[in-house]
Design a protein around this ligand. Structure first.
Ligand code: FAD
Ligand code: NAP
Length: 339
């Protein structure tokens, strides 16, 4: 099924609630639709991009071109040997519906990633992560249409070049592929991962302890208590990545700010800093610039206070990043895709 709409408002299609428009929106339910879509010169010859749930995009103006939106929502078990199961989900499945499905089927691996907005198709793009688990820990393979060769390709998870909020889809394959389905390796054996913040305490406070359902319940409750719901206040989650810096830089900052959180990072001699803490220390938590604000409970989240344009959100982000640079000498990299 292919559905095409022209001159579409994107306001309800991005969680920041930015009132931008796009020239053409094409929804497709099946990977087999893509050759026909890319055979249309007005699409292949113009600007195009993939839109999932719009929960990690800032529209700074209208999108002059075609947005492709996968809407296929099938989930199926591909193999199951009683120890491990491989589950395939189409790109249009809402990520949290997928997590709920895995929990309902007694499959371990995705539960810490409960309540993250967006779609399955976008999960490998920034290697979504939360509470010590990342998509890379469970991605078995990614199916995609390559707009350059016109062929379907299946990339094993180990070849996706996953990093901290990063993957091959944000680099080499950016603007070239449409992810149509993702398969995940999940475990029938319990493997709770609770060593993150107050997750263990929240789970153990529930009857029966570390069950799949309890971990999901606890993660959802913690997230609801800390993060603004996009339906109530427009936002795109963490606006910046947590900066990863050389250990020497982290130690120098620690000498000046002994209460600064520092975490281990992948890579030799590197440490991860908490961007939210740096922003808070610059006095930005709860402050605003016009109709764009820094959330009062989590300074890493920029919010639309009502009617903000994408440029207003960007101006706030630039001001915040400039203040962090001036105070700490640390560069904040945007996590949200700025279009
Ligand atoms: P979109 O925002 O629509 O797109 C994001 C990028 O992926 C774009 O570049 C787009 O072109 C590309 N893309 C999307 N679908 C496809 C596809 N099928 N094929 C190819 N490219 C595609 N992120 C985390 O990592 N951890 C969190 O805990 C987290 N919490 C959040 C909480 C809130 C309240 C919000 C609003 C966001 C949060 N995010 C989090 C960010 C966001 O939810 C994720 O990045 C999510 O994966 C984005 O999915 P989406 O479908 O909305 O993608
Ligand atoms: P938090 O628990 O208050 O922690 C603040 C920051 O410190 C997080 O960004 C986290 O980094 C880091 N951190 C905390 N404990 C850590 C540990 N044991 N090991 C390594 N790093 C640790 O953060 P929060 O805002 O409530 O978010 C909780 C989780 O949800 C985090 O994993 C966060 O990434 C995720 N989340 C992501 C988004 C997004 O849009 N990307 C939005 C909301 C929540 P990490 O971010 O690297 O984990």
């Amino acid at each position: 099924m292919i559905d095409e709409y022209k001159d579409v408002s994107l306001r309800a299609l991005n969680t920041l609630g930015i009132d931008a428009r796009c020239g053409r929106l094409v929804e497709f339910s099946d990977a087999g639709d893509l050759p026909e879509i890319f055979a249309r010169p007005e699409i292949a010859g113009g600007r195009w991009a993939v839109l999932g749930g719009g929960s990690n995009i800032l529209f700074t103006g209208d999108f002059c071109g075609t947005l492709l939106r996968p809407v296929g929502r099938a989930i199926a078990i591909v193999s199951d040997d009683g120890v491990q199961a491989v589950v395939r989900a189409e790109a249009g499945v809402a990520w949290d519906d997928f997590v709920a499905w895995t929990v309902g089927h007694g499959l371990w691996g995705a539960e810490n990633l409960s309540h993250i907005p967006g779609t399955v198709g976008a999960a490998p793009v920034q290697n979504i992560g939360a509470y010590g688990v990342e998509a890379k820990d469970i991605v078995h393979s990614v199916e995609m249409y390559d707009a350059v060769t016109g062929k379907m390709v299946t990339l094993p998870g180990g070849h996706c070049d996953f990093g901290y909020r990063d993957s091959v889809f944000k680099r080499l394959l950016k603007g070239r592929v449409v992810i149509t389905a993702v398969s995940f390796t999940l475990s029938r054996k319990a493997r709770p991962q609770l060593d993150y913040g107050d997750l263990r305490a929240s789970v153990e406070a529930l009857n029966y302890g570390a069950t799949l359902e309890n971990i999901r319940t606890a993660v959802v409750a913690i997230r609801r208590s800390k993060l603004p719901e996009p339906s109530e206040m427009g936002n795109a989650g963490s606006f910046f990545k947590n900066p990863v810096v050389p250990t020497a830089v982290a130690e120098k900052l620690l000498a000046a700010y002994p209460d600064m959180p520092v975490y281990p990072a992948v890579g030799d001699d590197r440490r991860k800093l908490a961007a939210g803490w740096l922003i808070d220390r610059c006095g930005w938590k709860g402050r605003s610039l016009g109709r764009a604000g820094v959330h009062a409970r989590q300074a890493l989240v920029l919010v639309n206070l009502g009617g903000a344009t994408g440029r207003e959100i960007l101006a706030l982000a630039e001001q915040v990043a400039a203040d962090v640079r001036a105070k700490f000498g640390v560069e904040l990299e945007t996590e949200v895709n700025v279009w």
